[in-house]
Write a protein that binds this ligand. Structure first.
Ligand SMILES: NC(=O)CC[C@H](N)C(=O)O
Length: 233
């Protein structure tokens, strides 16, 4: 099964995704340049992390106009799985495929560490093998990961079970102490209303091997593998 990884000018997580996906049984990663219009028959799409166009104007603000975004939008509207990791999440919000915005971290520091996140909703195919309430340990590395949504948007997220992941402590405590960037409600990841599009600031591909300090990220890619097989049989 082909999984597409889109490279923008300034992506730096694309090859990390490639190596993580190669370890998932049945997955064949396919690199796609942002100027292409062909998705090469992939079953799912990854918008990886990095600094597309140097984060100029705002992270993701230029990348949302890349030619491939026409195809990403169509693919997402067909209900097919799309994940935006870190800069990919920023691009998906700028493209309005996900609500809200990612602004400068509250303390203005670039945050780079292993953190805990709690699964609040597992509705997405990317999280469907995880239990709600489960705690994962994943890497973060960002300066603009402060998720902001106004009260109406927050209500919309809550009413439709679109909050996927929240920063938490090792025992799943969702408290201000473990909010690494100032995100509303400790939000680390959200889905669209249908659940097929997931955006998250942590990097599953950089936490997909015990040598990296955690293999929990691999479970996100394995969830997708299981979900896609269920669709195919
Ligand atoms: N690793 C990433 O994708 C994060 C970079 C991102 N553009 C930022 O907020 O700093």
């Amino acid at each position: 099964m082909r999984i597409g990884i889109i490279t923008f000018p300034g992506s730096n997580g694309d090859w990390d995704c490639y190596y993580a996906l190669r370890e998932i049984p049945g997955f064949e990663p396919v690199m796609i340049w942002h100027k292409e219009h062909d998705l090469h028959g992939v079953s799912a799409l990854i918008l990886p992390g990095g600094f597309a166009h140097g984060d100029y104007l705002r992270a993701g603000a230029i990348a949302r106009f890349s030619p491939i975004m026409h195809e990403v939008t169509r693919f997402a509207s067909e209900g097919r799985p799309v994940i935006g990791i870190c800069n990919g999440f920023q691009i998906l919000t700028e493209a309005h495929l996900l609500p809200g915005a990612l602004i400068r971290n509250k303390n203005l520091l670039f945050r780079c560490s292993l953190v805990h996140v709690r699964v609040k909703s597992n509705r997405s195919p990317w999280l469907s093998s995880l239990r709600e309430g489960e705690v994962l340990r994943l890497a973060i590395a960002h300066g603009q990961g402060n998720y902001f949504a106004d009260q109406d948007t927050l209500n919309y997220l809550l009413e439709n079970d679109m909050i996927a992941l929240q920063y938490c402590g090792p025992n799943g405590e969702v408290t201000p102490e473990f909010n690494h960037n100032g995100s509303v409600m400790n939000i680390a990841g959200i889905t669209n209303e249908a659940g097929n599009v997931l955006g998250l600031m942590p990097h599953p591909e950089r936490s997909a091997d015990r040598l990296l300090g955690s293999a929990d990220g691999r479970r996100i890619f394995m969830s997708l593998a299981v979900a896609l097989k269920e669709v195919l049989v």
